[in-house]
Design a protein around this ligand. Structure first.
Ligand code: PA5
Length: 446
């Protein structure tokens, strides 16, 4: 069992009988998911993906990663939302938040098309100046504005630098297998393409080519990543709350929600996990935040954020609970030296392992916060490597599906994401949106 769920910090917040009372509903959610007859059941490709994936494409991904490593100093990854967060999160978790600045034999990787900021666009353009680069454009629909704009810019840069033919060999398109503008363009231009399966939604797509190509380019072991996810799929296939930590987590967060704890903070004590928390926020926010319901997913890195949000968590509105990710073994150790002068008064920590200091920060905090009225669920993993990351990705995906069904929503759609787009297109004068424009301009007073 790779993830140990520690519920001892829920004492006084959740009673044993509440979990057993919810068990039949968890069983119903499990059966719905297994029978593929619930809302959004067209999007369950992620369930068996860790074992049922295109093995030939998987080898092509590894070959493309080797080619990019050999011919490029920089890889530009273009995508947004589910076509962005998972890859970046995995690379930062497995390599470092400082990946691009570290000495390595793999390309620097910059993510763009995840905003419309002209400042950031200019900055990334300057990073490829005089350096060989390749582009991985990722878009399931192939029509999302942010990545489409960035792709237009970087495609032009590639053509300017390498000519049409040279550019062709440096563009990798991850998109729908048959439909969309990006697929059409790729076929016309002869770009190498990778497939986002029809039945895998954006936020569940990190273990497809969406995540796998950039992750492999960073030098991570994508075989181990898939093996970890496959182990979790196996582990969480039985519906028994005593044995299934994934389902227990889903049930506990729903119990806490019904008690007014409507904000979940995903906490870790590792900087490198910060982007995984961003991935988690999209997964749960987009899956559950609908029909006027849902837990608001948020995150923090401790002890960093104890010096900013700590006051609120300890003492502010009692609306949140914390889910803390702990790793038994740090990725790297650091031992503090002894200083005979002890000018800083820190000799009580001489020869101490920094990971123990971090552990004590966690232990002190979990007690302080629970005593302050914030329930804590602790998820402990042995370490943070490719296998464990694949495992936790699957854990959160499956818990999200079960949790969404417990909440009574369709966890696999995202109708709300369209509203801002319609307004933006109308205001920008996109053909077909004329009638909404005047109304919006009147509201804005322009
Ligand atoms: O989860 C989702 O569906 C979204 O976040 C999408 O991934 C995001 O909007 C990008 O869409 P696309 O891949 O079609 O460009």
């Amino acid at each position: 069992m790779s993830i140990k769920l520690d519920d001892k910090y829920l004492k006084g917040f959740v009673r044993e009988h509440e979990l057993s009372e919810l068990a039949p509903m968890v069983k119903a959610a499990h059966d719905t998911l297994a029978a593929k007859n619930g809302p959004g059941s067209d999007f369950l490709g992620w369930v068996d993906l860790p074992v049922d994936y295109d093995k030939a494409e998987f080898e092509r991904i590894k070959a493309a990663a080797t080619k990019i490593k050999n011919d490029s100093k920089v890889l530009i990854v273009i995508g947004i939302g589910g076509s962005y967060l998972g890859a970046r999160a995995a690379i930062e978790a497995l390599k470092s938040t400082l990946y691009n600045s570290l000495k390595k034999d793999t390309p620097e990787i910059y993510f763009i098309g995840n905003s419309i900021s002209p400042t950031y666009l200019n900055e990334v353009i300057s990073l490829v100046d005089g350096r060989d680069f390749s582009v991985n454009i990722i878009s399931k629909s192939g029509t999302t504005t942010e990545p489409a704009l960035a792709f237009r810019v970087f495609r032009d840069l590639l053509v300017e630098r390498y000519g049409e033919d040279g550019a062709k060999g440096r563009i990798y398109a991850t998109t729908d297998k048959a439909r969309g503008t990006l697929k059409e363009l790729s076929d016309k231009m002869g770009y190498e393409t990778f497939v986002i399966p029809d039945d895998v939604g954006g936020r569940f797509s990190v273990l497809t080519a969406v995540g796998l190509l950039p992750i492999a380019c960073a030098g991570c072991d994508i075989d181990a990543l898939m093996k970890g996810a496959a182990a979790a799929r196996e582990e969480y296939s039985e519906c028994d709350l005593d044995k299934n930590a994934c389902y227990k987590y889903a049930a506990l967060r729903n119990i806490l929600y019904t008690k007014g704890k409507s904000v979940e903070m995903l906490i870790s004590y590792e900087n490198s996990f910060a982007m995984m928390a961003e991935w988690f926020k999209q997964l749960y926010g987009e899956s559950e935040g609908k029909d006027g319901k849902g837990l608001y997913p948020s995150s923090a890195v401790f002890s960093t954020d104890l010096h900013s949000l700590g006051q609120f968590v300890q003492d502010g509105s009692r609306v949140m609970f914390e889910t803390v990710i702990q790793f038994a073994e740090p990725q790297k150790e650091f031992f503090l030296k002894d200083d005979p002068s002890n000018v800083d008064g820190l000799n009580f920590l001489s020869n101490q392992n920094m990971s123990i200091v971090n552990r004590k920060a966690f232990e002190g905090t979990v007690i302080a916060h629970t005593e302050g009225g914030v329930p804590n669920i602790v998820l402990e993993l042995p370490k943070l490597d490719e296998f464990e990351l694949g495992y936790i990705i699957y854990f959160f995906e499956k818990a999200c599906a079960i949790s969404g069904y417990l909440l009574g929503v369709n966890p696999f759609d995202q109708p709300g994401v369209e509203s801002y787009k319609k307004n933006m297109f109308a205001l920008l004068g996109k053909p077909g949106y004329e009638s909404a424009r005047a109304e919006l301009e009147a509201k804005l007073g322009i």
